[in-house]
Ligand binder design. Structure first.
Ligand SMILES: [Zn+2]
Ligand SMILES: [Zn+2]
Length: 290
């Protein structure tokens, strides 16, 4: 028991210290997600001001500050709270002989670095696409995912408005994905993480991006805005355009839908009137079916 308690406290305090060191610039710049997130956000925000898609939308749109808070809550506060639990789980699994090296399908450790990063990026994106599909398919998961779909005016900060339970839902498949490549997380994985954050911000931004012919591979703001549409098209009641960084999975599995590119859609979901509007209400939502 003492071992688990020690693991828990060590991870918990370690994550608090790492976060404080990040804020105080005491970690290598390429691992500084705190300031990295702020810099990416400021860049995309300025781009929204220079190249607005919906010209009548305010730079500080509806719920801007709520979403700004979510950004730090989901990335840092939640990470601190959960770190102890995850590390204890890791110890429990290793005791029954399961490690993240147990499932290796392919060994990529001797590949070129760019190949490793590319495979890591593609696998991680696919398992997240799959998780996102499940969040829409099952009612008990959708109740939590509604927080992300409660955005009424779209802008970059909406990217990280999601229920804290989603961090937990995404974890098993992400871990499984990393296990498939031998538990191998390249030392330079931060490149993939920063690219994914940037693409996610752009997908939610008030900037019209289609990537031209690359739209069949890369997700974009036009495609993702349709993911947030309030009135889903006939026969697509469970959702469309589930893509995270890549759009290719939606084209492969025929869940793509982009009929036009005006950017003037009503966002949300049908029973949104009774949905909590503030952080506290949304924090506790989802645990009970109506
Ligand atoms: Zn969704
Ligand atoms: Zn979204």
């Amino acid at each position: 028991m003492e071992k688990y308690l020690n693991t828990f406290t060590e991870a918990f305090i370690g994550t608090i210290n790492w976060t404080l060191d990040s804020i105080l610039f005491n970690v290598p710049w390429h691992k500084n997600y705190f300031w990295g997130l702020i810099v990416i956000s400021l860049v995309v925000w300025v781009l929204e001001m220079i190249f607005p898609w919906r010209k009548d939308q305010s730079f500080i749109r509806k719920d801007f500050w709520l979403d700004g808070f979510y950004m730090f809550f989901n990335f840092f506060i939640f990470a601190i709270v959960i770190s102890g639990f995850y590390n204890v789980l890791g110890v429990l699994f290793s005791e029954i002989g399961i490690s993240n090296k147990s499932l290796a399908l392919i060994d990529i450790s001797h590949w070129e670095l760019w190949q490793q990063l590319l495979v890591f990026f593609i696998i991680l994106d696919f398992v997240q696409w799959l998780t996102h599909v499940l969040l829409h398919k099952f009612e008990f998961l959708w109740r939590f995912h509604k927080v992300h779909h409660s955005v009424k005016e779209m802008g970059f900060a909406a990217h990280l408005r999601y229920h804290w339970m989603e961090n937990i839902f995404y974890k098993p498949l992400k871990t499984f994905g990393v296990m498939l490549i031998g538990g191998f997380e390249p030392e330079q994985a931060y490149i993939v993480h920063f690219i994914a954050i940037s693409i996610g911000h752009l997908n939610h931004s008030n900037i019209k991006i289609t990537w031209g012919p690359f739209k069949y591979i890369l997700n974009n703001s036009v495609m993702h805005l349709y993911h947030h549409i309030k009135a889903l098209p006939e026969g697509r009641s469970q959702g469309i355009n589930y893509g995270i960084s890549l759009s290719i999975w939606d084209y492969i599995f025929k869940t793509n839908y982009v009929p036009e590119e005006s950017g003037t859609l009503e966002l949300g979901f049908p029973d949104e009137e009774s949905f909590p509007k503030g952080f506290i209400g949304q924090f506790f939502t989802g645990f009970r079916s109506k």
